[in-house]
Design a protein around this ligand. Structure first.
Ligand code: PEP
Length: 252
């Protein structure tokens, strides 16, 4: 079901104490807010997931993981499985973040496997993708995005999409302070929806939430979220500050 979503990707930030504090602050701030159906999600690092899940119990705040391994279990030192995430109460996982792709060599093929595993365990997937600056300068942004989505997701049956959220994150806008203009975001989101519609039909395409990510801040969230095909944001830096995050959550 297409919903507005604001998800905070905390990356490798916030120790146990900071996690407790920020979860508490966000929980409190959304309690007294009319969210108008907007889902609010935070994605702390693995070791703090249990704390965040506990801290968000009986509130509207949801907790996601930032990654998971594609195998169900086994000799994969240092890795975390879908089953483990489920067992601590996590229901959503972010896959394909550009930092995972760039620093940990995650390919479309690997991400297709991760998506399959996550969905098989009934985890919701926030699937990230986006072009690099060189792609955009060469006018190839749509081709890059299309191939990322097709390679990692288009083997799925239509009904899998009820557990998928897409996050378009142009790499050149992540953590750089540079944001895609609302028009650039809208153009790409419309293209993504059309790409989905061409293969799966307009009902699926219209039912999927497509988030924008890349230097979203309180100052620009309203304009970006105001675009018809933008259903919210995946927020990095600004999600580490409760006031900024709340301002973004309420920007619709
Ligand atoms: C992100 O890492 O998903 C992200 C969008 O980061 P930032 O908001 O800091 O650009």
């Amino acid at each position: 079901m297409r919903k507005n979503i604001v998800a905070g990707n905390w990356k490798m930030n916030n120790d146990l104490k900071a996690t407790k504090k920020l979860v508490k602050q966000i929980r409190k701030s959304i309690k007294k807010t009319d969210l108008k159906g907007t889902r609010v999600i935070v994605a702390p690092t693995f070791v703090n997931l249990i704390t965040a899940v506990k801290g968000s119990k009986k509130s509207k705040l949801e907790v996601a993981a930032q990654n998971m391994h594609q195998a169900n279990n086994g000799a994969f030192t240092g890795e975390v499985s879908a089953e483990m995430l489920k067992s601590v109460g996590v229901k959503t996982v972010i896959l394909g973040h550009s930092e995972r792709r760039a620093y940990f060599g995650e390919t479309d093929a690997l991400l297709a496997e991760k998506v399959n595993t996550a969905l098989a365990h009934k985890l919701e997937v926030i699937f990230c993708f986006g072009e690099e600056l060189a792609d955009r300068k060469a006018g190839k942004e749509e081709a890059v995005v299309e191939s990322q989505i097709k390679n990692a997701l288009f083997h799925l049956e239509a009904n899998a999409y009820k557990n998928i959220v897409l996050a378009y994150e142009p790499v050149w806008a992540i953590g750089t302070g540079e944001t895609a203009s609302p028009e650039q975001a809208q153009d790409m989101h419309a293209f993504i929806r059309k790409t989905l519609a061409d293969t799966y039909g307009s009902e699926i395409a219209d039912s999927i939430s497509i988030l924008y990510g890349g230097s979203v801040k309180p100052a620009n969230a309203k304009e970006i979220f105001g675009k018809p095909d933008v259903d919210g944001g995946l927020i990095g830096g600004a999600s580490l500050n409760a006031n900024d995050f709340h301002a973004i959550v309420t920007a619709f």
